[in-house]
Design a protein around this ligand. Structure first.
Ligand code: K7E
Ligand code: CUA
Ligand code: CA
Length: 646
C-alpha cells in the first residue's frame, strides 16, 4: 500500500499504525492531531528542498530536462480545460503529470461533487433537488490578474453546452461558484479583464467577458426561425467577485474567442460568421470576417445613462453593439476590424500592444494594433482597417497563438500539423513595405492537428519563453493502441533557443482545449481547511449525534483517523436524513471518505473540511458506512453502522 507513496506519507502511515494500536482506547484522537511530525514534516521538508532549489537546481529548458526526479517538484503549474469531460485539470510542468482534476459543471464520484449538498448548491438543482445539468464542455480557462500577472486568486472556465461560467478558488483548488448566462447558446470564449478601464486604483480583475458563438432568435421562444435579422449573439460581462451578470451587448454575427487588453480598455472577440448566416453555406460566403472590439468604458457609461434594454425574462441590461448602431467613432461602443474569412483564436501579446487573430481558412495571422483601435474611438484614425499592422503568411490552418516575451509569436497550424514561430516586428516591417523580409523563424512538426498552444506565462506581462505546450487533437500511432478511442497528445516544447525543441509527449484523456502555465510561486494553495469555512461544521466529537424534527433527521458526525463519531446511529424508514461530516484531522493529506451502501453515497472530507448529504431512508437493514480513502493502518476498520429497524 504505502510502498509507492512518498517518504512523508510512508512515515505517516508507519507512525499512524503505532498510534492506532496504542490508542485504540482513546480512539487514536490525540495521536493523530498532535502528529505534526512525520506527514507534515516529511512533506514540507521535500517541498522546502525543492522550492529552495527552484528553477536553479532543477534546470528548466534544454531538451531532456523534463524529468522531475523523486524529491523534486515541477517548476510550473498548468491549468487545463478538459473539453467534454466537463472539468479542469491541474498539470505539473514540465513533467506533464496530472496532479488533480477539479470538477465543476459535472458530477465527480471521487470527491462526491454533485452529491454533497454544498456542491449541488454550486452546480444548481431542479425543484426536485436533482442536478439541473450533468454534462458540460469546457474549452477555455484563464486566471485572475493583478498588475498584469496572475494573482493566484481565481480561475474561470466556460461550459459551451449549457452556457455556464465556473470559478475556481486557486487556494483550495475547488469550484466555488457557477453562473448561468441568460439568453445565450454556445458560450465559447472567455477572458478576464486585467484592470479597470477607468479607475487606475483597480489594477486587478473585476470582470470576466464571455462570448456567445451560436446565434439564436432573441428571445429564443420558437419564433422567427428563418429570419436571420432576428438572430443575434450576446457578449456578456460577469462580475469577477459576485459572479453576477453585469451587462450584455447585442451584436451581429458570432463570438469565437475573447481577448482583453492589459490597459483594461478593450475586449474583443473574433468572428467567423459576420454574414449572420443561419446555415453553413451562408456562414462561408464573406471573404473577410472580423475581430469585434468593445469599448468597455463607453459600454458601462451607456448603461449608466439608461441606454440599455432587456431580453425576455432576464433583468440584465443589454446595450446595442450591432454594426448599424455604431458607425460614428465618437459614440461607438464597438467596432469591427476585418480579418480573413472564418478566423479562429485571438490572443493578446504580452507587451500589451497587439491582438493577433489566426486565419484558420486563410494561411495568415492578422496583427491588430490596439492603440490604433483606441485612436479610431477617439476620432483620430479615419479608417479602422488601418489598425491592421501585419498579415504574415505562416502556413495552413492557423488556430491559436502564444508568445515568448522576446517578440516572437508561435501559432498552431491545424492542417500542416506544425507550430510556426514568427517574429511580430518583422511581420509589421514587412507589411509596412519591406517585402524581402521573412517573419517565419522556425517550424516544428507536431503530432497531429494542434489546437491550442500556450507558453509559460504568455498571457501575462511576464511571458518568460521557457516552455510551450501544444494540445494535439490526434495522437494516431503515438501511443499503445487502446481500442478505437485514442488519447490526445499534449506535447511540451523547449522554446528557450532559436529553434523549438520537442521535449516530451504526454498522453491525455480527450479532450483538452486551452490551458495556462505559470511558475509555481504565483499561487499558494492551502492544504488544510479552516473549520469556520463551513457554517455547519461539527467542531468537536462532543458536538456529534442525532437530532430529529418529525421525519427530518440530522446526523452530525466527525472523523478522526481511524474512526467516525458516532460509530453508529439509528433512523427509521421514511426519514429524510441530512448527514453532516467534519473531518477533524488536521494533518496534511489526511483525507477520509464516507460511503454508504444502497444509498448511493460517497464523498471525501479533507482535513478540517465539512460536507453534508441528504437522502431518504427507504429500506430497513444494517448499512455499514465506511471510509473509502486510505487514511491509516486501521483504514479498513474505519466503519460504522446505520441501523434502520424493521
Ligand atoms: Cu480552438 Cu474552443 Cu479554444 Cu478548442 S477552441 S482547440
Ligand atoms: Cu479514514 Cu480511510
Ligand atoms: Ca464567414
Amino acid at each position: 500500500m504505502g510502498a509507492a507513496s512518498g517518504l512523508g506519507r510512508r512515515r505517516f502511515l508507519h507512525s499512524a499504525a503505532a498510534v492506532g494500536v496504542s490508542a485504540v482506547g482513546a480512539m487514536g484522537l490525540a495521536g493523530c492531531n498532535e502528529n505534526k511530525g512525520p506527514a507534515g514534516g516529511g512533506a514540507s521538508g521535500a517541498g522546502a528542498a525543492a522550492s529552495g532549489g527552484g528553477s536553479g537546481e532543477h534546470k528548466v529548458g534544454g531538451a531532456g530536462s523534463v524529468e522531475v526526479k523523486p524529491g523534486q517538484l515541477d517548476t510550473h503549474y498548468g491549468l487545463w480545460s478538459s473539453g467534454h469531460t466537463g472539468d479542469a485539470r491541474v498539470i505539473g510542468i514540465p513533467s506533464g503529470r496530472e496532479l488533480l482534476r477539479i470538477p465543476c459543471f459535472v458530477p465527480d464520484a471521487l470527491i462526491g461533487w454533485g452529491l454533497t449538498n454544498e456542491s449541488k448548491a454550486v452546480m444548481g438543482t431542479k425543484a426536485d433537488g436533482s442536478l439541473e445539468y450533468t454534462v458540460a464542455d469546457t474549452h477555455h480557462i484563464h486566471a485572475s490578474y493583478k498588475d498584469g500577472i496572475y494573482d493566484g486568486k481565481y480561475a474561470w472556465i466556460n461550459d459551451k453546452i449549457n452556457a455556464r461560467l465556473a470559478r475556481f478558488r486557486l487556494d483550495y483548488m475547488v469550484c466555488d461558484k457557477i453562473t448561468k448566462i441568460p439568453n445565450i447558446q454556445g458560450f465559447h470564449g472567455i477572458f478576464p479583464d486585467k484592470r479597470d478601464p477607468v479607475d487606475p486604483a483597480i489594477n486587478y480583475t473585476t470582470r470576466v467577458f464571455c462570448g456567445q458563438e451560436f446565434h439564436v432568435p432573441m428571445p429564443n421562444k420558437g419564433k422567427d426561425l428563418e429570419d436571420p435579422t432576428k438572430y443575434h449573439c450576446l457578449f456578456t460581462c460577469v462580475d469577477a467577485e459576485t459572479m453576477d451578470v453585469r451587462w450584455q451587448a447585442r451584436i451581429d454575427g458570432n463570438c469565437d474567442l475573447v481577448a482583453t487588453s492589459f490597459d483594461g480598455k478593450l475586449a474583443a472577440s473574433n468572428q467567423y460568421n459576420t454574414e449572420n448566416g443561419v446555415h453553413f453555406a451562408e456562414m462561408m460566403s464573406a471573404e473577410r470576417d472580423a475581430c469585434l472590439f468593445f469599448n468597455i468604458a463607453r459600454i458601462e457609461q451607456a448603461i449608466k445613462d439608461g441606454k440599455a434594454t432587456t431580453i425576455g425574462d432576464s433583468k440584465v441590461p443589454v446595450v446595442d453593439c450591432t454594426v448599424e448602431a455604431n458607425k460614428d467613432p465618437k459614440t461607438a461602443l464597438s467596432v469591427r476590424v476585418s480579418v480573413p474569412k472564418n478566423p479562429h483564436g485571438v490572443n493578446a501579446t504580452p507587451d500589451g500592444k497587439y491582438f493577433i487573430c489566426s486565419g484558420k481558412l486563410s494561411p495568415t495571422a492578422t496583427v491588430i494594433e490596439l492603440q490604433k483601435v483606441l485612436d479610431w474611438f477617439d476620432g483620430k484614425l479615419d479608417d479602422i482597417e488601418k489598425a491592421i499592422v501585419a498579415e504574415p503568411e505562416i502556413g495552413l490552418g492557423p488556430l491559436h497563438t502564444t508568445f515568448d516575451g522576446r517578440g516572437n509569436a508561435y501559432t498552431t497550424l491545424f492542417l500542416d500539423s506544425q507550430v510556426v514561430k514568427w517574429n511580430i516586428d518583422t511581420a509589421i516591417k514587412k507589411h509596412a513595405g519591406d517585402k524581402a523580409l521573412n517573419p517565419v523563424v522556425d517550424r516544428l512538426d507536431v503530432m497531429y492537428q494542434p489546437g491550442h498552444i500556450n507558453a509559460t506565462q504568455a498571457e501575462t506581462i511576464e511571458a518568460d519563453g521557457v516552455w510551450m505546450a501544444v494540445g494535439n487533437k490526434f495522437s494516431k500511432d503515438r501511443f499503445l493502441p487502446v481500442g478505437p478511442m485514442h488519447p490526445e497528445n499534449d506535447q511540451l516544447v523547449d522554446i528557450t533557443g532559436d529553434k523549438m525543441i520537442l521535449a516530451h509527449d504526454n498522453a491525455v484523456r480527450p479532450e483538452p482545449h486551452d490551458f495556462v502555465i505559470f511558475k509555481r510561486d504565483w499561487i499558494h494553495t492551502k492544504q488544510v481547511y479552516a473549520l469556520d469555512d463551513s457554517p455547519i461544521a461539527v467542531k468537536e466529537p462532543k458536538a456529534t449525534g442525532v437530532t430529529r424534527e418529525g421525519k427530518k433527521v440530522t446526523v452530525r458526525m466527525a472523523s478522526i483517523a481511524p474512526t467516525y463519531y458516532p460509530i453508529e446511529f439509528n433512523v427509521k424508514v421514511g426519514d429524510e436524513v441530512t448527514l453532516i461530516l467534519t473531518n477533524l484531522d488536521k494533518v496534511e493529506d489526511l483525507t477520509h471518505g464516507f460511503a454508504l451502501p444502497e444509498y448511493n453515497v460517497q464523498f471525501l472530507v479533507n482535513p478540517l473540511e465539512t460536507k453534508s448529504v441528504t437522502f431518504k431512508i427507504d429500506k430497513p437493514g444494517v448499512f455499514w458506512f465506511y471510509c473509502t480513502n486510505f487514511c491509516h493502518a486501521l483504514h479498513l476498520e474505519m466503519r460504522g453502522r446505520m441501523i434502520v429497524e424493521a
